[in-house]
Each structure stands twice: as C-alpha cells, then as structure tokens.
Design a protein around this ligand. Structure first.
Ligand SMILES: Cc1ncc(COP(=O)(O)O)c(C=O)c1O
Ligand SMILES: N[C@@H](CCCC[NH3+])C(=O)O
Length: 435
C-alpha cells in the first residue's frame, strides 16, 4: 500500500479526508491530537494478504492469519480484522483479554513472548489457547509445571532463533544470534527432546519471527528454509510437527520512495520453502495490516522562528507517537488543508510540547507554509502508534476514531484528568493538602 493516497486517506475538494469524512470534522468532535483509523484501509490491507493466499489455499496449503495485536490493540480495530477472518497473536494476558473481548475465539489465538509469567500461562491454558510459543528452556519447565498443575496439556511451539539478519533497524531485528528471542537453532533438537520428555507439553509446532519492517523477501526465504530443514529432522527424531508459525514482519512504505512490500513473493517464499511439509502455517502480521490504515491528527500550536531554525510546535508529542524519537522513524506529515502545487517548500523542525529535545518528529522536513492553528496529519501511524503511547508529562492518552464511509465513531475516548488522578491514592502518613 503506497504511502499516500491510500484506500483510507486522500485529499477531496482541497481537504484531507478519512474515507468520506473531512479530518477537520473529527478534530471538531474529539479535539487533537487524535488517532484516526480507516475501515477501508484495514480491509485493503487484509485483502493484500488474503487474495494472494487464496490460490495457495486452493492447492491445499492450510494457512491462518493471526493478527499481532501489539501493532494496534484497539478493540474496534481488532474486531474489524476478526470480522474479515483474522485470529490473533498476543504477547501478554492483557492482549489475550482484548482478543477475546473483540470476539476472537481462544482456539485462534497464539501466545508469543519471551517472558511469560506462570499466571499468564495458566490464564491462557484455562481459556483453551491454540498454542503457546515457548522461547527458552526455563520456560519449557514452567509451562510444563503449570499445565500439569491445571491438568490441561499445553500445545506448544518452540520459537527458534535462526540467526538470520533481517536487514531492518537494529532495535526491531529479532532473529540474529545476539537477540534475546527464541532458542538457538543448534539447540532446537535438545529443546524439542526436553519438551517431549516433560509432562503436560504437546510439542506440535516450530515458530520463528525474524524482525519487523522487512521490505525484502530474501531474509524470510532464508529463515523459512531453515525451519523446513528443522521440521524434517524433528520428524526423524519422532516429534510429530504438524504446525509452523512463521511470525510477522512484512514492512510498509513510510516514505514516498520506499519499496512496496511484495505479498506475492512473500507468500511464494512460504509455499516454496515449507509448502511440501503438509503443516498448518500460521502468519502473525501486525504492521502490514494496520500501519497505512491509521494517521495521527494534530494541530500546530506555534510556528516558532528560531535564529537558526523554524519550528512547527504541535500539540502531539513523543508520548503519542514515539517511533520518530525511538527509531528516528519517518512519518510523512501532510497539512489537512491541501497546499497548492505552487506552494514553496521550506525546511522546518517538527516538534512536540514535551520537555525533551528528543520530542522531535522530523528535522529539516521540507514543508509547504503551515499557519498556527492549522491541522496536520502524520501518515502510516496505525501501527505502533497508539499502542506504544504513554502519558509522559501527564499528558492523557489521545482518543481514537474509526471511520467507515461517511461515518465515524469514537472507539477510545480521551480519559479525563479526574479519572487519571483517581487511580492514585495518598498514603495515610502524608498529611492532607499542604497549607
Ligand atoms: C513474535 C512476533 N510476531 C509478530 C510480530 C509482528 O510483527 P510485524 O508488526 O512486523 O508484522 C512481532 C513484532 O515484531 C513479533 O515479535
Ligand atoms: N515498535 C516497532 C516494531 C516492533 C515489533 C515488535 N517486535 C516499530 O514501531 O517499528
């Protein structure tokens, strides 16, 4: 899905719209900053996978898409994808509860994560989770103990670290030998042998996830090939592997110059590497299902002329969208009022109100003139935007809005200051209000 326009967002009559709704109408209704999601955008992203998978399914490849909730765990977003046919990949009890609350049945949920607690494992087994993806020897022991105590056998995958460099940002690569994730490929047979020996475990699957925001298929193909070899070896060891979980990771274009992800070559890589094994395949895409379907709407508080730089000071900040501060990530910024093609561009630093110099969305970004009070939108913010937001500087979490056609609904409201204060309590030994 190219960065702009998308099935969700385009200029119509000189103003940026989410489907049939002008963004200014949403700003009037919920204020700014606000996340805006498009149903048409989610549907298009879903079909980018599902349509490509259809002929492979017809050839007998069993393949399930379990949406990775960590990218965007808004209930209405999850429900939209669930209605299209998604299962879920979760990494905490909180995410599991969200998937269930959005209507995804437990037998379509896989539970990943490198540091699950016994309580989380117990909760997952109690609801009848499809699969726990185990990432270490101590976790095998723990899951076995919990499953035995509950009398509920645990269907498990073991996540392997295939030592493949995904060629992505270092902070979101997960399949190199120095990364904390998975069990080294060279220890995989021992891990499965241990799982087979322990009570309460049903080792049924091999899992991997090599990283996020991959725009090339080669690292996927390399990793999937290693999984296929391992499955053969494990079967010879007498471990009946019937499922493969290939993780997520397909990237999206953030800059206009970024390559489009190629779903065709991604799915062909799956079929050509593991298709012959007769396994049920799970995919766990997050970003590629939701990123282009969301934007962060903000307002320009001030245009500040420094001696050396011009700053656009927005009402959105790093706590609302932390990807630029954390990964130096690029998010295209558009004025909501369409600039004339003749508008001159000039460089600005786009910053937020938080008390950190790192609260910078873009440095020396070429922008058309934008007046104080104007609305602007960060594109491709549907993934790892609201989901990673926080309340630093005691800024409330921003509202989230879902658009469909000419209608929109507030799917998460902004909490009031009173609600947030009510979560805290003074201990008895502190005197009442200071005089
Ligand atoms: C285990 C696992 N599955 C799926 C995902 C989703 O990845 P992405 O959003 O890149 O598709 C992640 C995040 O990188 C992950 O850690
Ligand atoms: N939060 C990251 C992706 C992390 C993927 C989860 N393992 C991002 O915004 O790019």
């Amino acid at each position: 899905m190219s960065c702009f326009p998308t099935p969700g967002f385009a200029y119509v009559g000189g103003a940026l719209h989410a489907e049939g709704v002008p963004l200014s109408r949403i700003a009037d209704a919920v204020g700014t900053p606000a996340y805006v999601y498009s149903t048409a955008g989610l549907e298009a992203n879903w079909h980018a996978y599902d349509d490509v998978l259809a002929p492979y399914r017809a050839k007998g490849l069993g393949i399930d898409i379990c949406y990775a909730l960590k990218a965007n765990s808004n209930l209405a977003v999850i429900r939209t994808l669930a209605n299209l046919g998604a299962g879920a990949d979760v990494v905490s009890e909180g995410e599991m509860r969200r998937a269930l609350a959005a209507g995804i049945p437990a037998d379509r949920i896989v539970f990943s994560g490198v540091g699950k607690t016994p309580e989380e494992v117990a909760a997952a087994l109690t609801v009848g989770i499809h699969q726990l993806n185990v990432e270490s020897f101590p976790e095998l022991e723990m899951v076995s103990a919990v499953a035995t105590r509950l009398g509920k056998p645990a269907p498990i995958a073991i996540r392997i670290n295939p030592d493949v460099d995904a060629g992505t940002h270092g902070k979101i690569a997960t399949g190199r030998k120095e990364d904390k994730f998975g069990i080294d490929l060279s220890l995989a047979r021992d891990a499965f042998a241990r799982a087979k020996a322990l009570p309460g475990l049903q080792p049924v699957a091999v899992a991997i996830h090599i990283g996020s925001q991959l725009l090339k298929t080669t690292p996927f193909r390399q990793a999937f090939g290693k999984v296929a070899e391992l499955v053969q070896v494990l079967r010879e060891d007498g471990i009946p592997i019937s499922r493969i979980d290939l993780g997520g990771g397909l990237g999206v274009p953030y800059r206009p110059s970024d390559a489009e992800p190629d779903h065709h070559s991604y799915v062909a890589a799956i079929f050509e590497t593991v298709g012959h094994l007769g396994c049920q395949v799970t995919l766990e895409p997050g970003r590629s299902l939701v990123a282009s379907a969301g934007l962060l709407l903000a307002r320009v508080n001030f245009v500040k002329e420094g001696l050396h730089r011009r700053f656009l000071v927005l009402d959105a900040a790093m706590n609302d969208l932390m990807r630029p501060a954390l990964y130096d990530a690029w998010h295209t910024l558009l004025p909501v009022e369409e600039p004339s093609p003749a508008s001159p561009l000039s460089p600005v630093d786009v910053v937020g109100p938080v008390c950190e110099s790192g609260d910078t969305f873009a440095k020396q970004r070429e922008m058309p003139p934008v007046a104080p009070g104007a609305l602007v939108a960060f594109l491709t913010a549907g993934a790892y935007g609201a989901a990673m937001s926080g309340t630093y500087n005691s800024r409330p979490l921003v509202p989230e809005v879902l658009v469909t056609g000419d209608s929109f609904a507030v799917v998460r409201r902004r909490p009031s200051f009173e609600e947030s204060l009510a979560l805290e309590k003074m201990p008895d030994w502190l005197s009442p209000t200071p005089a």
